[in-house]
Ligand binder design. Structure first.
Ligand SMILES: C[C@H](O)[C@H](O)[C@H]1CNC2=NC(N)=NC(=O)C2=N1
Length: 102
C-alpha cells in the first residue's frame, strides 16, 4: 500500500483516471478540474476534504474561481502509491456528482 507503484501499474491506473497525468516537476500525479462555477468547485473541495480525512491521505491543491488543480503523492514514499490512486478515484466519483463544466 505504501510502496511506489511499478511503471506498469502506474500506467494502468492512469489509463483508468481520465485527465490525470504525471506531474511535470516531481514524482506525483495531477489533474486540473474545471467546474460550472465557484460554488461547484468549493463543494467538490468540501466533499473531497471529508473523503481525504477518512482515507488519511490529503491532496495538494490550488483553487482559482471554478478550477481546482490537484497534485497527489505519498510523501512518506517519495512518490505515487496506491493511496494516491484511491484518492484520485474518490475525487473522480465526487466530481461526477458536483457540477463539472458542461
Ligand atoms: C500520519 C499520516 O498518516 C501521514 O502523515 C499521512 C497523512 N496524509 C498524507 N497525504 C499525502 N498526500 N501524503 C502522505 O504521505 C500523507 N501522509
Amino acid at each position: 500500500m505504501t510502496e511506489r507503484l511499478s511503471p506498469a501499474r502506474r500506467r494502468e491506473a492512469l489509463a483508468g483516471l481520465p485527465g490525470w497525468q504525471d506531474a511535470e516537476d516531481r514524482d506525483a500525479i495531477s489533474k486540473v478540474f474545471t467546474f460550472a462555477d465557484f460554488n461547484a468547485a468549493f463543494g467538490f473541495m468540501s466533499r473531497v476534504a471529508l473523503a481525504a480525512e477518512k482515507l488519511d491521505h490529503h491532496p495538494e491543491w490550488f483553487n482559482v474561481y471554478r478550477t481546482v488543480s490537484v497534485t497527489l503523492s505519498t510523501h512518506d514514499a517519495g512518490g505515487v502509491t496506491e493511496r494516491d490512486i484511491s484518492l484520485a478515484t474518490a475525487m473522480e466519483a465526487i466530481a461526477a456528482g458536483t457540477g463539472l463544466k458542461p
